[in-house]
Design a binder for this molecule. Structure first.
Ligand code: SF4
Ligand code: SF4
Length: 371
């Protein structure tokens, strides 16, 4: 099997993966921590964790008969933070690859799986990229790709944390890597201290219900009013706990040019989004990572950023949001407009209050003191 692993490693590098490691498929060491995390409510509305909980116990839950796992990292661009002009919103760096990363990485994994089954016809192989019930970071750590930082992400001394993780599960025994994944966080607490919403309960434990990435990407609801202003300019995702990490300070190293184009934009123009109808929204975002939030989520996020910027040039767009067909957009726009109390916005809020029937929107419209 040694030549096979060497072949896989070489083919993986050809596909753009920067690091490759092989580990046995074993019981998940972090399973009980996952159970506690869910029980504390830290998963929020991400019900898929609880719904597939048993599958996380062992990689067999993803591929029956799993014996080995090939862990792979696929770096993405990490330019320094640039200015975010008024009327624009900031997006996490992984979105700078123009296509949805699942669409980029899945075909690569498929080709690698085919390579494995052609060389070893009795083997079965399944490639996954964060959509299956597998503790990917734990697996990657076991495979020697890095260590889990206090910000919960996998860190690598050369690549920092700006990379996607992918895994290929196989039901044959492969020679394993013996690289050690020593932790190098030391006494640093930069990520914990910098989080704008205090989302870390303790090192290595994230309360997703306080995390900007959760609210702007995963949730379909309106974020709690207490933390909305902490979102700042973050429109889709948040990189703060990666930006401050000393392991991400080095110039991009290990980033391999993917066959996908990289957008030069580190911020998105938000005002015009309110003018797009459902079809226009779909055609603009359907193939991007942002489509996960759908139209309602993206406009909700846009309204919150505009509310945080408090620039009155955004009022016409927010007035469109106030009369949007989706309640979450109306609610977020109402909150944002209350932060810009001009005669125009006050009058529009009053008119909306007179006809609004959705309880969530009414709650926002009735706020005396915008937070
Ligand atoms: Fe905090 Fe942002 Fe990191 Fe979430 S992504 S834990 S909000 S710094
Ligand atoms: Fe570890 Fe510091 Fe990076 Fe946080 S910022 S992950 S504590 S090295």
């Amino acid at each position: 099997m040694k030549p096979l692993v060497d072949e896989i490693r070489s083919a993986a590098h050809d596909e753009g993966f920067a690091d490759v490691g092989v580990t046995p498929a074993v019981d998940s060491q972090g399973f009980s921590s996952l159970v506690q995390w869910i029980e504390h409510g830290y998963a929020g509305q991400m019900r898929y964790f609880a719904e597939r909980l048993d599958a996380y116990r062992h990689p067999r839950g993803v591929l029956p008969g799993s014996k080995s796992i090939i862990a792979l990292s696929y770096p993405y661009p990490r330019p320094p933070r640039s200015d975010c002009p008024v009327g624009h919103g900031r997006a996490a760096r992984y979105t700078m690859i123009d296509d949805d990363y699942h669409d980029i990485i899945h075909p690569k994994l498929k080709r690698l799986c085919r390579h494995i089954t052609q060389s070893c016809p009795d083997a079965r192989a399944r490639g996954i990229v964060d959509t299956a019930p597998l503790m990917e970071r734990e697996v990657a750590e076991l495979a020697g790709l890095g260590w889990r930082g206090k910000n919960t992400l996998l860190l690598n001394r050369l690549a920092g944390s700006y990379f996607f993780l992918a895994c290929i599960l196989v039901d044959v025994v492969l020679p394993y890597d013996t690289r050690e994944s020593t932790a190098h966080c030391g006494v640093c607490t930069a990520c914990l201290d910098a989080c704008p919403t205090d989302a870390f309960v303790q090192p290595h434990v994230l309360d997703a219900t306080r995390c900007i990435s959760y609210w702007t990407i995963e949730s379909r609801e309106l974020p709690p009013v207490a933390i909305r202003s902490n979102f700042g300019d973050w429109w889709f995702g948040c990189d703060v706990c990666q930006e401050v990490c000393p392991w991400n300070r080095k110039p991009t190293r290990g980033y391999l040019e993917s066959d996908s184009s990289v957008s030069p934009e580190s911020s998105a123009e938000l005002l015009s989004l309110f003018e797009l109808d459902e079809n226009e929204f779909r055609s603009r975002f359907r193939k991007t990572p942002m489509w996960r939030s759908k139209r309602g989520g993206l406009l909700r996020n846009a309204a919150i950023v505009l509310g945080n910027q408090r620039d009155i040039s955004a009022i016409p767009s927010l007035l469109m949001g106030l009369n949007d067909s989706e309640a979450v957009v109306r609610a977020a726009s109402a909150w944002a407009l209350q932060r810009m109390p001009t005669p125009q916005s006050r009058a529009a809020l009053g008119r909306r209050f007179a006809i609004e029937t959705d309880p969530m929107v009414l709650t926002e419209l009735a706020r005396d003191e915008p937070s």
